[in-house]
Design a binder for this molecule. Structure first.
Ligand code: GLN
Length: 197
């Protein structure tokens, strides 16, 4: 079994490169029937409203939602985190998500002055050394529901990384900063889950 990267839109190539560097076999996923080949999935950064429309147009949205609820390990970065959120604040009209993460995310939460920025974050589950995090028109997790838990927060207390059972999400983009620990952590989740379709 291999790890899929949702390849409808966004920076799926960067995720595929990180996962291959870590020794994973990678499948780019664009069609529902391709889901049967994978034991985990990464949803990349990009534009969540476009990804949502494409996922529905390609018939992927419902099969993805079913797989998430059946326990498929999924890691979403930025737009991918939005796709996994049960609730979106400041989405475009009619924007839907796959859901699964018991969180509310706010799209484009950093306003125009700080659309993009980089910072170092403490992420205790990844060890003592800080994670260099790149935020690009990033969301924040505004509400962490009882089934989810925060993995990292900004100095002002806003949550930017979460985990819930088979699901992992970050507001930022480890795939473009040479930071492999989130992908390693995710691959361990995939190995532990031994997901069967
Ligand atoms: N602002 C984008 C969205 O709403 C996310 C940006 C990103 O993935 N870097 O989906």
């Amino acid at each position: 079994m291999s790890v899929g990267v949702l390849a409808l839109q966004g920076d799926f190539r960067e995720h595929a490169a990180v996962l291959r560097n870590l020794g994973a076999e990678v499948e780019l996923i664009r069609r529902p029937e391709e889901l049967a080949r994978i034991s985990g999935l990464v949803i990349p950064g990009g534009e969540s409203s476009v990804m949502d429309k494409l996922a529905r147009a390609f018939g992927l949205a419902d099969p993805l939602a079913k797989a998430v609820r059946a326990g498929l390990p999924v890691y979403g970065t930025c737009a991918g985190l939005i796709m996994l959120a049960d609730s979106v604040i400041d989405g475009i009209r009619g924007q839907q998500t796959i859901g699964g993460l018991d969180i509310a995310v706010r799209r484009n939460a950093f306003g125009s002055q700080t659309l993009s920025f980089e910072t170092d974050l403490d992420v205790p589950v990844l060890g003592a050394s800080p994670v260099h995090a790149v935020f690009i028109r990033a969301p924040v997790v505004e509400t962490v529901g009882p089934r989810a838990r925060a993995l990292a927060t900004l100095p002002d207390g806003r949550c930017v990384a979460v985990e819930q059972d088979n699901l992992l999400g970050t507001s930022f983009h480890p795939e473009i900063s040479g930071e492999y620990r989130f992908h390693e952590y995710f691959l361990q989740k995939v190995a532990d889950a031994r997901f069967r379709h």
